[in-house]
Write a protein that binds this ligand. Structure first.
Ligand code: PLP
Length: 453
């Protein structure tokens, strides 16, 4: 009670009225929120005036930092000219048309059409529905199952949570729904057999995928669904050869490849798209987060002609496509996203992210010798450090996540916001981060790790 009395009145109101996502409700009643009031560059400030480096870019998303004036002006201009219009029933507006054109131009493989949603989860649900619709149109009435990976993250709506392979998103929620199947997580450090090379591990995972398709029946499997590198599942970089092998399996069995680039897209992996970094040729790409630097909620899915044409043909039987969101392709969100992409290109932020990523990874590698550090991993401007109970055997801690939470709490005390995924701590700073700021991130992490035992 005393602890509550020391909280600001805003924090107390929060406890009274808010149910927070991804938050332990009972713990929240006791400790209240960290109220963030404003942001500038890679920093955010709480309502007590404390400064934090946002080493997670918010939720892996604020590529341009927290006070980009051009994005603010783009939003204001659009709000003044057309604050809302929709895309239903043959309506359109300039920002959504231009953003669709831009995304098709940027796509690393030929894509046919863009569909806009408000969130990554909605985008993934939309992909599932459009693939079902397409397969119905083609008379492939059995071909409806989706295969995704354990530890993969695709969101939390009913269907996207069914794709997601994390226990926390399924416990207590009655998902996955039927028709969603999971295969192994491509984490060499954790799941390779003793002595298995990355290539051998990749081959074993591709075999597992093929066996799963054969067991389910290729005529029942619609698509394989994956992030280029896993983000929320722990920043897992796939082993060498993985994508080449799994794509070959998918093509052999006429299984579509859907790539969820919600975290990887727009520079995070050191190239514009994770699909380029890992040589993926997707049939569908899902984009969000850094698409607008999260200044506005928006996601997009890009589908190729093999998906678009049968869907369009269905209009002969069904007329209008019975799917769409009020806010999908919102004019303010699409105007901000367009400006965001212009800035990323003009300021060469993808190249900058690759450079800063090298500095981050060189620095993180320096922690490999620490007795608690099991693995340092990552790619481009995204990384993670995983703590283990025993370095030699890689044994995790008995209470998984306790130390990770402690470490994230310590970095916060030292003025940096990170996210722990189990006992791994993630790093995903804004693309605008400078060399001196990377050094500060490393220095704050070192202090927090020193306190951890
Ligand atoms: N897909 C991936 C790869 C994600 O990382 C996320 C969110 O973190 C989502 C989908 C879901 O996006 P949203 O939270 O906007 O629904």
């Amino acid at each position: 009670m005393n602890q509550l009395a020391s909280l600001s009145s805003l924090a107390q109101k929060d406890i009274r009225h808010h149910l927070h996502p991804y938050t332990d409700a009972r713990l929240h009643e006791q400790q209240g929120p960290l109220v963030i009031e404003r942001g500038a560059g890679i920093y955010v400030y709480d309502d007590q005036g404390n400064e934090y480096i946002e080493a997670m870019s918010g939720l892996w998303s604020v590529a341009l930092g927290f006070n980009n004036q051009r994005l603010i002006q783009a939003a204001e201009r659009q709000l003044r000219s057309l604050p809302f219009y929709h895309l239903f029933s043959h309506k359109a507006h300039a920002p959504s048309i231009e953003l669709a054109e831009k995304l098709i131009e940027m796509a690393p493989v030929p894509m046919s059409k863009v569909f806009f949603t408000n969130s990554g989860s909605e985008a993934n649900d939309t992909v599932i529905k459009l693939i079902w619709y397409r397969n119905n149109a083609l008379g492939l009435n059995q071909k409806k199952k989706f295969i995704s990976r354990l530890n993969g993250y695709h969101g939390i709506t009913l269907a996207s949570a069914s794709l997601t392979g994390l226990p926390a998103n399924q416990r207590g929620f009655d998902v996955p729904l039927p028709g969603f199947v999971h295969v192994g997580c491509p984490h060499h450090y954790r799941h390779a057999l003793p002595g298995e090379t990355e290539e051998q591990f990749a081959g074993r995972l591709a075999d597992e995928l093929e066996q799963t398709i054969l067991r389910e029946g290729p005529e029942t499997v619609a698509a394989f669904y994956a992030e280029p590198l896993m983000g929320a599942g722990g920043v897992i970089v796939p082993p060498r050869g993985y994508w080449e092998r799994v794509q070959a399996v998918c093509r052999k069995h006429d299984v579509l490849v859907v790539v969820d680039e919600v975290i990887c897209g727009f520079g995070r992996t050191g190239q514009m798209f994770g699909s380029q970094t890992f040589a993926i040729e997707p049939d569908v790409m899902v984009l969000s987060k850094q698409l607008s630097s999260s200044y506005q909620p928006i996601a997009a899915l890009l589908i190729n002609d093999s998906i678009y044409q049968p869907i369009a043909d269905q209009s002969h039987s069904f007329g209008a496509l019975g799917h769409g969101f009020t806010g999908g392709g919102h004019p303010v969100a699409t105007a901000v996203a367009l400006e965001n992409l212009r800035i990323i290109e003009e300021q060469h932020l993808v190249e900058q992210a690759a450079l800063m990523g090298q500095r981050l990874h060189a620095g993180l590698a320096g922690f490999s010798d620490h007795p608690l550090v099991g693995e340092v991993r990552g790619c481009g401007l995204i990384g993670a450090v995983e703590l283990v109970a025993d370095k030699a055997s890689k044994a995790p801690f008995e209470a998984v996540g306790r130390l990770g939470r402690y470490l994230a709490g310590r970095t916060q005390q030292y003025g940096m916001i990170n996210r722990n995924m189990g006992d791994a701590l993630a790093f995903c700073p804004p693309l605008i981060v400078q060399a001196a700021e990377i050094d500060m991130i490393l220095e704050r992490f070192a202090r927090a790790l020193d306190d951890t035992e």
